[in-house]
Design a protein around this ligand. Structure first.
Ligand SMILES: Cc1cc2nc3c(=O)[nH]c(=O)nc-3n(C[C@H](O)[C@H](O)[C@H](O)COP(=O)(O)OP(=O)(O)OC[C@H]3O[C@@H](n4cnc5c(N)ncnc54)[C@H](O)[C@@H]3O)c2cc1C
Length: 432
């Protein structure tokens, strides 16, 4: 059906009438589309990019950590302040349900030594390929397959309340009875999720927390020296631990590894602490964590080794031979400590166990693995329908939760996509 937008805009605007519309073809949107199709609804899925699942495919480059095998009580604790909201979603579609779902697509999973769950081939492309085939051609007796509309960028609502899209063929409008928005967060904009939806929803009275970087790197204060940056950017700190005090006064302490960058630090151990560090910077202008360069060695032993007579040997070769401290671990001591500390075994040993590293800023959101902030649960029904916009549901990273890496991100996207799809299905059923 073709309609004229207005006499002053004589551009012909295509108008599509649809039962169920999903906007955003990441894991959350695809899961919502699956639920709607299984419920017998004809689904139109729109995405701004030339193909769906681009961030999901990128996640596959790192092994595709689908979920985690730890007990559910520990699992839901990873969502911090959003624990209760996520617990409700994971009760319906938790880690085992996700593994069963993957198996239903013919993708076996395994639990790694860290407890993280991966597909056996550690890739996203085979899973996505089978999933899309099923969505396009569901088993007989179900609704027709999902119709994919690529290169359709959603731009908001028309004055008549239709969904408005920019397409290569010109503007298009869709009159939908139920909509699931699964537009992603604000990181890696080149993969499609650019956070442009924030003002669109906020202008409709939707309660949206500002998007912020999560699982992100940081710049150190005052910046690395030219020597350290040029020699050690890209090098890992392996088998170290970091410690900090959380805003609620709890001690955060974890072992692992991270990487020095040209201007600061990034990597899994830093990501795990990133929400505390980011919030501390927002409150105080900077944040400090303590780096333990030898977490497997007691402080007394470190002091004994540092104090051991070294004869004519340089301090560097002494630390290398007695404590295996060399390379980047030795360099960061020289980078951050005044010379006087190297003359005091007690001070040096203390610094090796708790070297303060001060951060001045989170790296830009576009570089982050994920984003925090988004549509607040308080403004949605338990079915994830937006209270100010009946018939419009939200899912995935665009919701206001955050979690560390470890499979918690995709699990939340799948579970919320499922919940929003079910909500849209019930909404449509109630109307017909
Ligand atoms: C490098 C990297 C590695 C990762 N690895 C993992 C991992 O191993 N495990 C894990 O749990 N998580 C991982 N993640 C995070 C995970 O990939 C995301 O949390 C997840 O993809 C978010 O899913 P989503 O469906 O909410 O949004 P997205 O996957 O971002 O999809 C949103 C979709 O909406 C579309 N869209 C946005 N705006 C519009 C618009 N206006 N009109 C039309 N379409 C629009 C986009 O084009 C996109 O296709 C990783 C992320 C990155 C960057």
């Amino acid at each position: 059906m073709i309609s004229e937008t207005s006499p002053s805009h004589p551009v012909a605007t295509a108008l599509l009438q649809a039962d169920a519309v999903v906007i955003g073809g990441g894991p959350a949107g695809l899961m919502a589309a699956q639920v709607l199709t299984e419920g017998g609804r004809a689904v139109h899925l729109f995405d701004a990019m030339p193909s769906v699942g681009r961030k999901f495919l990128l996640a596959g480059k790192g092994g595709l950590n689908l979920t985690h095998s730890e007990p559910l009580d520990r699992f839901v604790g990873r969502y911090g302040a959003r624990r209760v909201d996520m617990e409700a979603l994971l009760a319906d579609f938790g880690p085992q349900a996700l593994r069963d779902w993957a198996q239903g697509l013919g993708i076996e999973t395994f639990v790694g030594t860290s407890g993280r769950v991966f597909p056996t081939d550690m890739k996203a492309a085979p899973l996505l390929r089978v999933w899309l085939q099923r969505l396009r051609r569901p088993p007989q007796g179900m609704a027709p397959g999902v119709q994919f509309h690529m290169r359709h960028r959603w731009t908001g609502w028309s004055p008549e309340g239709h969904l408005a899209f920019d397409t290569a063929q010109g503007p298009m409008q869709v009159q939908a009875r139920a909509v699931v928005l699964a537009l992603g967060g604000g990181s890696w904009a080149r993969l499609g999720s650019n956070g442009a939806w924030v003002p669109m929803l906020a202008s409709k009275g939707v309660d949206v927390a500002p998007l912020q970087p999560s699982n992100c790197g940081f710049d150190v204060r005052p910046g690395w020296s030219e020597f350290f940056s040029s020699r050690f950017a890209g090098q890992p700190f392996k088998s170290v631990a970091i410690a900090l005090t959380t805003p609620t006064g709890e001690r955060f302490q974890r072992k692992g590894e991270f990487v020095a960058t040209a201007t600061g630090v990034e990597g899994s151990l830093v990501y795990a602490a990133s929400s505390y560090l980011r919030d501390d910077i927002a409150r105080n202008g900077s944040a400090t964590f303590h780096l333990d360069l030898l977490p497997d060695m007691a402080p007394e032993r470190v002091l004994a080794e540092v104090s051991h007579p070294r004869g004519s040997r340089s301090l560097s070769s002494h630390l290398k031979s007695r404590l295996h401290l060399d390379g980047i671990k030795s360099a960061i001591l020289h980078e951050l400590l005044p010379k006087s500390v190297f003359e005091s075994p007690a001070e040096l040993a203390a610094a090796i166990k708790a070297l303060p590293i001060t951060l001045q800023a989170a790296r830009p959101i576009d570089e982050a693995i994920s984003s925090a902030g988004g549509v607040r649960f308080e403004g949605m029904t338990p079915a994830l329908m937006l209270q100010p916009l009946p018939g419009v549901f939200c899912a995935g990273e665009m919701l206001d939760w955050e979690a560390p890496t470890g499979g918690y991100l995709l699990q939340a996207c799948f579970a919320s996509g499922r919940r929003a799809g079910q909500g849209a299905l019930r909404y449509l059923d109630a109307q017909s």
